[in-house]
Design a protein around this ligand. Structure first.
Ligand code: PAF
Length: 323
């Protein structure tokens, strides 16, 4: 047989093998819409794994909390009944305690600082703590800096927030901090939040601009204050049930895809921060742009005593010192 014929035979064999290669469809869940930051990051991830595995893996998207709240979805990842989740760290510290430190209010100066920490040795070391808890953390994605909304009044300083019943994530680090502002924290899963705001069960909530936009909170909240009181990191999580079946080459495809997803998700967060506030004003929200950050930091001091005890003052300083 001539060389050309051998090559052609090999090619047709490879093509027919490809044609019969099974496609595994992975369920990916997230809290907001497919057009939101979570949807954008998740779509990039899914496109990349489909391309990188020649179609052997693809995704089915479950946007808008279709698979439940983030805590429920983390449990499903551990059980292997859900494959992928793009989630804030909100409930994650309840599963992987090493994550809690990055939820400290006013820990990060700005996006540049936060992203450097997450992508640097501190953030990467936290990712290594997941597998022993039955979760694979592929990469840090992003939710964004959180801002307060409420139905009662403008918030410039903590005394304005005092007495407001605010929905928080199921996150003790946040709740301990917010209490020092005088807020009455009410932990609640995100899927219940719109109804709770509509019915007045809570006065307010706090979330990044991309979430406030995507969840259409302008329909049920009048006041938005750009408090930026805490950075909300996010993670692309995978079930070990899937990970353990991947070849080394496919594992690399998944990790590279997650890093590309992170870039796209952060870009969407930036775009929403830049353009979304004007949109929310158009939608009728009253936006307080100048907030007394120093007063919020001062109020938070007692909570920092607790954080230093729990996480170590040195470890907190290591994060603050990242330039
Ligand atoms: O507020 C929350 O619970 C989270 O920020 C959300 C909206 C689920 C996104 O991760």
């Amino acid at each position: 047989m001539k060389l050309g014929h051998i090559a052609a035979a090999c090619l047709s064999l490879a093509l027919s093998a490809g044609a019969f290669a099974q496609t595994t469809t992975l369920k990916i869940g997230y809290a907001t819409s497919k057009e939101s930051h979570y949807g954008v990051g998740s779509t990039v991830f899914c496109d990349e794994i489909e391309k990188g595995t020649q179609g052997r893996y693809k995704c089915q998207h479950f946007a808008n909390s279709a698979l439940g709240g983030e805590r429920e979805q983390i449990e499903a990842i551990q059980l292997g009944t859900q494959d992928l989740l793009n989630t804030s760290t909100g409930p994650v510290g309840n599963f992987v305690p090493e994550v809690k430190i990055v939820d400290i209010p006013f820990l990060f100066r700005d996006y540049d600082h936060a992203r450097k920490v997450m992508d640097g040795p501190i953030g990467q070391d936290i990712l290594t703590k997941f597998p022993s808890k039955g979760i694979i953390a592929l990469a840090w994605t992003e939710n964004g800096f959180r801002h307060m909304t409420n139905s009662k009044r403008d918030i410039v300083k903590p005394t304005d927030a005092a007495g407001l019943k605010m929905r928080t994530m199921e996150n003790k680090v946040h709740m301990d901090g917010y209490r020092t502002f005088g807020i009455l924290p009410t932990p609640m899963a995100f899927p219940e939040l719109f109804g709770a705001l509509q019915q007045g069960t809570v006065d307010g909530q706090e979330n990044p601009i991309p979430v406030i936009l995507s969840a259409k909170f302008s329909q049920v909240q009048k006041h938005l204050s750009l408090t930026g009181h805490v950075y909300s990191p996010a993670l692309l999580l995978l079930s070990p049930k899937v990970w353990n079946k991947l070849s080394d080459a496919d594992k690399k495809v998944f990790v590279d895809a997650a890093q590309k997803a992170s870039v796209a998700q952060r870009k969407k967060v930036n775009d929403d921060e830049n353009n979304g506030i004007a949109q929310l004003e158009k939608d009728g929200m009253k936006v307080t742009k100048t907030v007394d950050g120093a007063a919020f930091r001062e109020a938070l001091k007692p909570a920092y005593v607790g954080y230093a005890k729990e996480f170590g003052a040195d470890n907190i300083k290591k994060i603050s010192d990242v330039k």
